[in-house]
Design a protein around this ligand. Structure first.
Ligand code: SF4
Length: 340
């Protein structure tokens, strides 16, 4: 009997180098076992850019597949198993509100440079590229801020307030120089004085998965497991993130666990699928626990059944398309990051 998994394996064997399947760390193990490369946003962007495969299937969320479509060559097509797998945080920035914010910022102070987290739509990345800015991931946000400051500019960071606040704090920027631009309020809810003093303006966006982690979770973990080390993803709000022993991107969290001494206990605040996989992979050596169970519902939309469906049908409705003018701006911002 042919199972879904064996049919996927057979198609992969048949297509060989004609097919590249990319899988984000937050995917389920059942999906990742079919991936040619598993990684975080930055690593998968690099794979897409380096690949020659005519068909790329992206198991992740839409903004990631868009970045792959922007970076790959003209003879390559990017597919998603499930087109409705978006990112609520990326959707918190719309081109219209972004342009209004940009006008407000520039009316009150000069020298803003956009630094855009890759968890954003291609249109937002294109805005960034058009205005001379750079994209970043959670692993290189600090370097992207320094890149902007080296050009003697103020940073307009979007869409994740918390990654921006954690990055500014790690770079030693005083709180008084960091403000939050609330896109739901008139003028962002910030005054001209505050804007003229600011070095960093943070878009008030957030990730539902990582804002689930609180200072109370950290206190409870410390009480239950006093010898444990706690690491959280920098999309975690600063009140909690500052209480952890370390903060790190997905890849940095993986390295933290892999380099922990034998017998260690590590509590992790990030998406549950990754935590569970690390716990399984490392169970002979270290104990890995979730700070709290928090799952990305959009990542979970990809499964073996819709992966097989795309591989069997190559349905054009599952092609990720980015208009050429948008792709050009987004590529400029992404390539600045890849060159960092
Ligand atoms: S984990 Fe958060 S940022 Fe990542 S895709 Fe899910 S909602 Fe978006």
């Amino acid at each position: 009997m042919h199972t879904t998994g064996s049919r996927i394996a057979e198609i992969r064997r048949r297509l060989g180098p004609e097919l590249l399947i990319l899988g984000h760390h937050y995917q389920r193990a059942a999906v990742l076992r079919h991936a040619d490369a598993v990684g975080d946003s930055l690593e998968l962007s690099r794979h897409a850019a380096a690949s020659r495969a005519p068909r790329i299937v992206f198991c992740g969320v839409r903004f990631m597949a868009e970045s792959a479509a922007v970076l790959c060559g003209p003879g390559q097509t990017v597919y998603m198993p499930e087109m409705s797998a978006g990112c609520p945080m990326a959707d918190m920035v719309r081109p219209g509100t972004l342009e209004a914010a940009w006008r407000t910022l520039n009316r009150n102070a000069a020298d803003w440079l956009p630094v855009v987290y890759v968890n954003s739509s291609a249109e937002v990345k294109a805005f960034c590229g058009r205005h001379g800015g750079i994209t970043c991931t959670s692993s290189n946000a600090g370097r992207a801020f320094k890149w902007a400051f080296a050009r003697n500019r103020r940073v307009f960071f979007l869409p994740d307030e918390h990654l921006g606040a954690n990055t500014a704090a790690e770079l030693g920027l005083p709180d008084a120089h960091v403000l939050v631009y609330d896109y739901k309020r008139e003028g962002g809810g910030v005054g001209a004085d505050a804007l003229s003093r600011a070095r960093v303006a943070l878009w008030k966006g957030f990730c539902l998965v990582h804002t689930a982690f609180t200072a109370a979770h950290i206190a409870a973990a410390r009480e239950a497991l006093p010898a444990a080390r706690i690491i959280v993803h920098p999309e975690t709000p600063r009140e909690a993130a500052r209480l952890a022993d370390a903060r790190g991107s997905t890849s940095q969290i993986i390295r933290y666990v892999q380099s922990a001494p034998d017998g260690a206990t590590i509590v992790i605040g990030t998406e549950l699928n990754l935590v569970q996989r690390l716990a399984e992979e490392q169970r002979e050596r270290v104990t890995v626990k979730a700070l709290a169970p928090s799952v990305c519902a959009n990542m979970a939309k990809t499964n073996e059944a819709n992966l097989l469906a795309v591989l069997e049908t190559w349905d054009a409705r599952r092609i990720v398309r980015v208009p050429a003018d948008v792709a050009a701006g987004a590529r400029a911002a992404l390539e600045r990051m890849l060159a960092l």
